[in-house]
Write a new protein. Sequence first.
Length: 318
Amino acid sequence: MTDNPLAAVNTADELVNGWAPLAQEALLRLEGQDACKFLQGQTTADFGQANALDVIPGAFCDVKGRVIADFRALIVDPETVILCVMESLADLLSGHLTKYLMFSKAELNRIPEPPWGVVGSEAHHHFDVDQKLTEGNRAAAVAAGWLIPLGHQTSLLIPEDAKQVEINLNNKSIDEFESAWRALACLRGEARITSSTTGKYLPQDLSYDLAGWVSFDKGCYTGQEIIARLHWRGTPKRRLYLGSAAVKQLSEGLKLVNQTDARAVGSIVNAANYGSGSVILVEAAEGAAGQDVNIDAMNQTVTINDAPIAYFSDVETS
């Protein structure tokens, strides 16, 4: 394990090399002349200067500043935005946004097909992405649709016609592919909100502000007052760390406690099977850094890395 998740993502070729639909992800299409304006007032991200092929990550929050769902937005054109969100939150998020959309000239619809994951150098070469994509905030238009770089040798594919793309897992099962996808997201330090954790965390708990998922220069949005106050006048009590455990099949949201006095120190945000155990994203207090902590009500230990995850602006896919 490493304190720098991007250094570990070089294991992509070792884990899996191929492409397949991601059942745990969903796509929402926002269309209309107010599409970007609507997102500007509802998310932590800045859509004020959005251009075609821009990729904008961020979060939808409630009035208390807690994250309802994270997303990546692909700007197809000024009036069309495709949002990639967790499948378990797609309906909840749609319902949440519908009450605000009645005041905007935009319409939100679910795209029936999910996005695809593309992992490994050979897979990227198949989609004619031979050059290095060094701008993580830009998508590449390819014959199959749009390719969004996430990290070393890992991309999201939003197909224009999913029927024209065939699965290629190079002798891996779909379960193995999805497990590898989740592990790589953890190694990149990408915290994902699920149905088990929606409404539980501030963006700073997940280090979204450090990753560039929160703009502090834009105008008001839902939850902005609390999020901005913590940024300008306070200090986040918890940050996102990489961790590991010797067991598999860990669930999101499990509470972590100090081994000496069972005091709560954080929780498991995401976990994925990795090697003989699990790789984990943990939101934790500074005092838990570099420590072994216990999963509450379980006889299992999680080892937390020495420092919060550091983020970098440049990513590569090949």
